[in-house]
Design a protein around this ligand. Structure first.
Ligand code: ADP
Ligand code: MG
Length: 616
């Protein structure tokens, strides 16, 4: 019997490769755009007709190709980017497999026009389904134009498999965004059906995002910046209040390459926990630079996954960086933030397990000081004595701690002008809040007028306090002189048993008496509620409600439920000390800008805005 194994003809091999590389018009767009970047182009034009089924044309002003290279580039594994196997480990370019043009040419009619700067005339090549149709000298601009016509003309099954024009165009736009977002200095123009869809001038990253998404994005972005030995992170995240229900504005780029990573997505999303509703996704444009030796991009020609050597550490650093960015900026970019020095991450020793860091502005600082100074009520603990840092600077640098405030001089209207001035000065120093409509508190800082919603704000204050308690060792509760007994339905009884450990961390001591009866021996310090039994029942009720956030852990859920139950409600008139204390405690929070449900706690009107408004 004769040998039966044969090498596939090129045309067949290329078509098979094309199945991997070019699944749809958008994949061809991606490959062509990436080639222009590698060619060093500073201006790129993309023309699409019929969602790429009729025409995809990409023109660049990059390095162009010699006559020989122009022919060679359609050969499989023809690439100018890799010379030896070692190069694979240090890849910085977009392409390197030398498969894209060969694949595209096997399933479309392709025309290439290219000219190097140093050449007098350019080269034009026509190729159709791998079949070479002709080559001519042409007069053309420096750079390269690749026109891909009638994609899948010779593979009708693939053509029929394509989705609607709208959807295919959407994929193309996505591919375009992924390239445009990493190259803000390159000018891009995108024409669809002869109309300009995007014209992107050269600029910085923020300008690029705004040019892609619209000018209203300019005040939706928070910068992220983190340098470390392992990874340098930069870019922007969307402010929590603009998180959307639909996905699409989540971008990771590693060494200039778009990448998908559900794992790292989780790191970013986790930093937004409590700040956005459960069904929303934060926007982000995050750029990571790592040593190319520590990643493997060669997993699959079109797949966008990248293998990192130490993804766990990158997760931790990314999570911390995003959290810090939110902490610094979620209130309002118009406030005067001190440019905080970025955290210094020492290199993580090998084999050492990496734990997710918890970012707190000052981890030793307990805004409630409850262990040393028992409080008389839940709501308004004394002023913290810890040094003021970070978030708190926003407000409290303007406001000396209460203890430092000089006694208010007692004066009446008949006092001398001097005394009045003194009062005025002290009042300004003290920055008292004013309650309006029994619901809002108005105050001001160096940078603007701050309007606080008393209910959302107090929820935040209580939430952080409870969370603090649940995560510390068991907090002693106040013992009940006459323990109350409650009887629960079998469901609720079971539920309470499951939550018992968490309740105890807050100071509750509820013993199971059997048959659904429970005896309440202790309740959290300072919890004042007329009917503790009812309180516990309603707490269980809200913990059971289906709307609960699945992103929160038990401690967070319990703290949130307690905070919501016990917070000051809108419509309640507050004493001056309480107003001031609420302001201070809010700004002492780690995340003062939002209630645990992600609702805003305050609104800041900057003096700049006022100046504009009043045309000053
Ligand atoms: P790869 O990009 O993986 O090298 P391609 O098939 O995409 O493979 O391209 C093959 C080669 O053709 C590239 O290595 C490059 O030398 C050349 N090339 C492709 N597109 C361009 C372009 N727009 N300008 C200059 N050279 C190009
Ligand atoms: Mg390529």
């Amino acid at each position: 019997m004769s040998d039966i194994i044969r090498l596939l003809p090129d045309s067949v091999a290329n078509q098979i490769a094309a199945g991997e590389v070019v699944q749809r018009p958008a994949s061809a767009v991606k490959e062509l755009l990436e080639n222009t970047i590698d060619a060093g182009a500073t201006e790129i034009k993309l023309i699409i007709k019929d969602s790429g089924k009729l025409l995809i044309q990409v023109t660049d002003n990059g390095c162009g190709m010699s006559e020989r290279d122009a022919r060679m580039c359609f050969e499989r594994h023809a690439t100018s980017k890799i010379h030896k196997a070692d190069d694979l480990l240090a890849i910085r370019t977009m392409g390197f497999r030398g498969e894209a043009l060969a694949s595209i040419a096997s399933i479309a009619q392709v025309e290439l026009k290219t000219k190097r700067h140093e050449d007098e005339v350019g080269t034009s090549i026509l190729i159709e389904g791998t079949e070479f149709k002709g080559q001519f000298p042409v007069n053309c601009q420096n750079g390269t134009t690749v026109s891909v016509k009638n994609l899948f003309f010779n593979v009708p099954a693939r053509r029929n498999f394509l989705k609607s024009n709208t959807l295919e165009l959407k994929y193309i736009i996505e591919a375009f965004f992924r390239v445009a977002l990493v190259n803000p200095d390159i000018i891009f123009t995108f024409y669809n059906q002869d109309k300009t869809l995007f014209h992107l001038p050269s600029g910085n990253l923020k300008q690029r995002i705004i040019n892609l998404y619209g000018s209203y994005y300019s005040n939706r972005l928070i910068p992220v910046e983190q340098q470390s030995a392992m990874v340098n992170i930069s870019g922007f995240i969307g402010k929590p209040e603009f998180a959307k229900k639909s996905r699409g504005e989540q971008f990771f780029f590693t060494n200039g390459r778009f990448m998908k990573s559900p794992y790292l997505h989780h790191a970013v999303e986790g930093a937004f926990r409590e700040l956005i509703p459960d069904d929303s996704v934060p926007s982000y444009f995050i750029y990571m630079e790592v040593d190319p030796q520590t990643i493997d991009v060669n997993i699959h020609p079109t797949k966008t996954e990248i293998n990192f050597q130490d993804i766990k550490s990158i997760y931790a650093i990314l999570h911390a960086a995003v959290k810090q960015a939110i902490g610094k900026f979620s209130l309002s970019p118009t406030l005067d933030f001190e440019t905080e020095q970025s955290m210094n991450f020492p290199p993580i020793p090998e084999n050492q397990p990496v734990r997710q860091p918890v970012i707190a502005i000052n981890p030793d600082y307990n805004p409630f000081e409850k262990k040393t100074q028992p409080q008389t009520s839940f709501s308004f603990p004394q002023k913290p004595s810890a040094p003021i840092q970070g978030w708190r600077d926003l407000y409290t640098t303007q406001q000396p701690p209460l203890a430092e405030i000089i006694e208010f001089p007692v004066v009446n209207k008949s006092s001398s002008a001097d005394s009045w001035e003194a009062i005025n000065e002290l009042t300004t120093n003290r920055k008292q809040g004013v309650q309006i409509q029994n619901s809002f508190i108005v105050t001001h800082s160096q940078s603007g007028i701050i309007i606080i919603d008393q209910e959302n704000a107090h929820e935040r204050v209580l939430y952080e306090r409870f969370l603090d308690e649940t995560s510390s060792e068991t907090t002693p509760g106040q013992r009940q002189l006459i323990p109350q007994t409650i009887t629960l339905s079998p469901d609720d009884a079971q539920f309470l048993k499951e939550w018992d450990g968490y309740f105890r961390t807050l100071g509750f001591e509820i013993d199971d008496f059997g048959n659904g009866s429970f005896v309440i021996h202790a309740i959290p310090m300072n919890l004042e509620t007329p009917d503790i039994g009812k309180f516990i029942e309603s707490l269980l009720e809200s913990l059971k409600s289906p709307g609960q956030s699945h992103k929160m852990d038990q401690n967070q859920l319990l703290s949130k439920a307690m905070a919501k139950k016990l917070s000051i409600k809108r419509g309640k008139k507050l004493h001056q000390e309480i107003i001031d204390s609420l302001i201070e405690n809010l700004f002492a929070c780690k995340v003062p800008g939002f209630s645990p449900d992600g609702k805003p706690t305050m609104w800041v009107i900057s003096y700049d805005e006022l100046n504009t408004k009043f045309k000053i």
